[in-house]
Structures are given as structure tokens and as C-alpha cells.
Design a protein around this ligand. Structure first.
Ligand code: UD1
Ligand code: CA
Length: 462
């Protein structure tokens, strides 16, 4: 029994009217991942190898975002949870094993919970319901028991006043025997208060064979379905706290959990310190003993060990170990900063490689450029990489010194060890190693000119 394959069905056809959104409900994100993807990952983590997502409203969008790691079933008319599972049934016609059914809008479900459900029940169980005992059961299907035995689930609207008192409710997460589920599905009827095909009716069908049971989970999160944006915010907050706790437990210092936001896919090494108001999202990886923040946003970056990022915005960039960024830097896609690089305040880099030890400490734009080892880029240096039609590259050799306020017109290369005089406009071309490049007029002095000028002005004034 225990080594059977397990499939999952995620119900995600609902429109989510209360979200007030053009986007399908299950694509709304919790900690940087669509809700339905959290559910799918939790299933995968519990060893569920095949996952069928039942889509309806906005299904193409769901399919396009989640891709072909999953199978999709279409439910065009929303005729109830039982009908939704019927739509998935053809895909599992040949499947024999356990089938988990769960909803795409309860993002806080965990792998541990699914694993417990899969391992639960006994040899004769064909429908194991994940239930929960709550103070206020309003709105939920109630688990009806006779003695200890579960005899069925009754929906709020179909329940008698006595049944409405029952505090054990249906989370809408089930583990079925796949064959039994497929046999029962065609027998569902819609003779209930909502005129829907209820998946919950299968519990009663299998209870008649003594094959239904409920496993009580003491975990309010399995009931946290998201129907509106405020519930989305609550789910996000809870998920955020879980993620922060996981990183803290693996050795990351989080100075202010209240203002730190880490996406679900982010990896962070031990002894890294996150200062307040820091947001790290996407497929970002951060090494050990880094110092990040405060007031920093990092998206889809790789950051090496012992790097430092202060008050900056980084996206699709790579920092090698010991690189140092900020405060107030903008590190844009395609930037690669090698060890000991320093990028300081009001510096923007894009599609640029800064080799080991290179420095751009202040007020600079480096775009489409290669900067050699230990080159020093003076304050106010600009690479003019764009002529309005195309981008061109700037190549700066090792140990080059670019004087402040230089304008480097690409395509351009500066040989190793060359020196650009401050304030130069360096036009396109290839400049030799170790030379002095001067692209400005020399300073001229007219002795006593200022004194004479003031003298003349003050006489005219009288
Ligand atoms: C369902 C359960 C109820 C349980 C509650 C927990 C039934 C009949 N009732 O009620 O016992 O306590 O969940 O939240 O199953 N969906 C589809 N297609 C449909 C209908 C629903 O994909 O035709 C999806 C929804 O998008 C949602 C999930 O199924 O993700 C549950 O549907 P919902 O309408 O919220 O069910 P409830 O009436 O709340
Ligand atoms: Ca619901």
C-alpha cells in the first residue's frame, strides 16, 4: 500500500470575483510565487509525482505561467467541485494509486501535511478527508460522524440546525484511492441546495463501504483559502514569516523580520546579515557572511560570499565574493562584479563586467562595458553607449585611471595602464596602453583679469 504512486489534482477553475482582478485568482502571488504554485510545490515535496491542475477562467494564462511540469484539465462550466474532478478523471483513467485532491487557492498547505495524509488511514480507507476543528464552522462543509465513523460531509446550506453545530469541518483536501474515486465520480448528482456536483458526496458513497475516514489537523493554515486581496495579504504575511524563520534557522541574521521580505525561491548562506527594509526576490542566491541592506531590493541575482550591498537596487546581476555595492547604486541586468570591486553612490551599471579590484566610487554610468582589473573610474564618468540607434561597447584595460567627469564615446577601447585626463570627452577609437588621453582644452590664466573687471564694474555703478 505505502509505495503506491500518488497523483494530485488541484482545483483552480474558480474565477475569484472577489479578487476584483483581470488575472485568474490562483496566479495572484504569495511571497513571489503564484498561489497555485505553492500548492503544487507542497505536493511535490510530499512525493506526488503527477499533478493535474483543473483550470477554467483564465486557464490559458495559468498554463502559460506554470508550464509543462504539470498536466491540465479544462472545466468550462463551473458546476461544482465534483464536476471539476470529473474533468480531471480522463487524464487519470489508467492511473492506479492514491489521488490527493486540493484547492489552488489555499497556498499555506505544507508538504508535511500532505505526507501525513498520504500515510494516514488504513488498508481499507479509500477516502481520507483532512479535517479541522474550529470555533466558528460557518461556511464550511461539516464532517458528519456516527460514533467515531465518518458517514459523510454536509454543506452548510444543506445542513440541518443540529448538523450546523458540528465543529469538525472539511478543509477540501482529500486523499482518495484512485480507482475508487474514478468509480464514484460518474455517480455524483446535483440534487442539493446549490445545484452543484459536490465532491463531498463521494465521502458518503465510500462511507457506505466503511472506507471513509477523516484525519484531524490542528493547523488553521489548511483552511486559509484566499478569496479576496485582504486574505491574500494575510496569506502572504504568514508565508513570509515561515520563509524568514526557515532562513533564520539555517543561520541567517534577520535584524527586522517585520520589514524583511524574502521570496520563496531565494537561497541565503549562513552568517549573512539582512538589515531592515530589505527585499530579496526571484531566483536570487546569496552566499555566506554577506551583509545586505538596509533599504535594498535584489531581484534574480547571484551574490558571492562576503559581499556587501548597502541601500541599493540590483537586478539580474552577479556579484562575486567580497564585491561591495552602494549606498545608492543601481546594478542592472547583465552586470558582473568580480571580487573586491567597489561600486559606490549614484553609480549605475548595465551589461558591464568589472574585473577584480575595479572601482567606480561615485556618480557614474557604466553601460555595455568591460572594465579591467584595478581600473579606477573617476566620479562623473559616463560611457556613451547609445547613439539613438545602436549600443556600442567600451573596453577599459587593467589599471586604467579615468579622471573625473570624463565622457567615453563608444565604441572605445583604452589600453592597459592608460590615463584619461579629468573632464575629457574621449571620442570613439582605440587608445594605446600607458598613454595619457586628453580630450579637453588646457586651462588658461589671464593675470589680474578679475581684479580689473571688478574695478571697472564698481566705477560704472557710481
Ligand atoms: C468546499 C467544500 C466544503 C469545504 C470548503 C473548504 C464542496 C462541495 N464543498 O466548499 O465542504 O468546507 O470547500 O474551503 O466541495 N472549484 C472549481 N470548480 C468548481 C467549483 C470549485 O475548480 O466548479 C474550485 C474553486 O476554485 C476552489 C475549490 O474548488 O479552489 C473549492 O471551491 P469553493 O467554491 O471554494 O468550495 P466551497 O463552497 O467553499
Ligand atoms: Ca471555499
Amino acid at each position: 500500500m505505502s509505495n503506491q504512486p500518488v497523483a494530485g489534482i488541484i482545483l483552480a477553475a474558480g474565477q475569484g470575483t472577489r479578487m476584483k482582478s483581470d488575472m485568474p485568482k490562483v496566479l495572484h502571488q504569495v511571497c513571489d510565487l503564484p498561489m497555485v504554485e505553492h500548492v503544487a510545490r507542497a505536493l511535490r515535496g510530499a512525493g506526488v509525482d503527477r499533478i493535474v491542475i483543473v483550470v477554467g477562467h483564465g486557464g490559458e494564462e495559468v498554463q502559460a505561467q506554470l508550464g509543462d511540469d504539470y498536466e491540465y484539465a479544462w472545466q468550462h462550466d463551473r458546476l461544482g467541485t465534483g464536476h471539476a474532478v470529473q474533468m480531471a478523471a480522463p487524464l487519470l483513467a489508467e492511473f492506479s494509486g492514491k489521488v490527493i485532491v486540493t484547492a489552488g487557492d489555499t497556498p499555506l498547505v505544507s508538504s508535511a501535511m500532505f505526507a501525513d495524509l498520504i500515510a494516514g488511514g488504513n488498508a481499507s480507507t479509500k477516502c481520507l478527508i483532512a479535517s479541522s476543528i474550529v470555533d466558528n464552522p460557518t461556511g464550511y462543509g461539516r464532517i458528519v460522524r456516527e460514533g467515531m465513523a465518518v458517514v459523510g460531509i454536509v454543506e452548510e446550506r444543506d445542513a440541518t440546525p443540529e448538523q450546523r453545530e458540528i465543529q469538525e469541518v472539511n478543509s477540501s483536501i482529500y486523499c482518495f484511492d484512485g480507482r475508487a474515486l474514478l468509480e464514484c465520480l460518474p455517480k455524483l448528482k446535483n440534487d442539493n441546495a446549490q445545484g452543484e456536483y459536490y465532491l463531498t458526496d463521494i465521502a458518503a458513497m465510500l462511507a457506505a463501504q466503511g472506507a471513509t475516514d477523516a484525519m484531524v489537523f490542528n493547523d488553521p493554515d489548511i483552511l486559509l483559502g484566499v478569496n479576496d486581496r485582504w486574505q491574500l495579504a494575510q496569506a502572504d504575511r504568514k508565508m513570509r514569516e515561515r520563509i524568514l524563520q526557515r532562513h533564520a534557522e539555517s543561520g541567517v541574521t534577520i535584524m527586522d523580520p517585520g520589514t524583511t521580505y524574502i521570496g520563496a525561491e531565494v537561497e541565503i548562506g549562513a552568517d549573512t546579515v539582512l538589515e531592515p527594509s530589505t527585499m530579496i526576490v526571484g531566483k536570487t542566491q546569496i552566499g555566506v557572511a554577506c551583509r545586505i541592506g538596509p533599504f535594498t531590493r535584489i531581484e534574480d541575482c547571484q551574490i558571492g560570499d562576503h559581499a556587501k550591498v548597502y541601500v541599493s537596487y540590483l537586478r539580474e546581476a552577479k556579484l562575486h565574493e567580497t564585491a561591495k555595492v552602494g549606498p545608492f547604486a543601481h546594478i542592472r541586468p547583465g552586470s558582473e562584479l568580480y571580487p573586491d570591486v567597489k561600486v559606490g553612490n549614484f553609480v549605475e551599471t548595465k551589461n558591464a563586467r568589472l574585473a577584480t579590484g575595479a572601482k567606480a566610487s561615485h556618480l557614474t554610468y557604466i553601460g555595455d562595458a568591460d572594465i579591467g582589473e584595478n581600473a579606477n573610474i573617476g566620479a562623473g564618468t559616463i560611457t556613451c553607449n547609445y547613439d539613438g540607434f545602436q549600443k556600442s561597447r567600451t573596453v577599459i584595460g587593467r589599471d586604467v585611471f579615468v579622471g573625473s567627469n570624463s565622457t567615453l564615446v563608444a565604441p572605445l577601447s583604452l589600453g592597459d595602464g592608460s590615463f584619461v585626463a579629468a573632464g575629457s570627452v574621449v571620442t570613439s577609437g582605440s587608445y594605446p596602453a600607458d598613454g595619457l588621453v586628453v580630450g579637453r582644452s588646457r586651462t588658461e590664466v589671464k593675470e589680474q583679469w578679475a581684479a580689473q573687471w571688478r574695478n571697472k564694474k564698481s566705477k560704472n555703478g557710481q
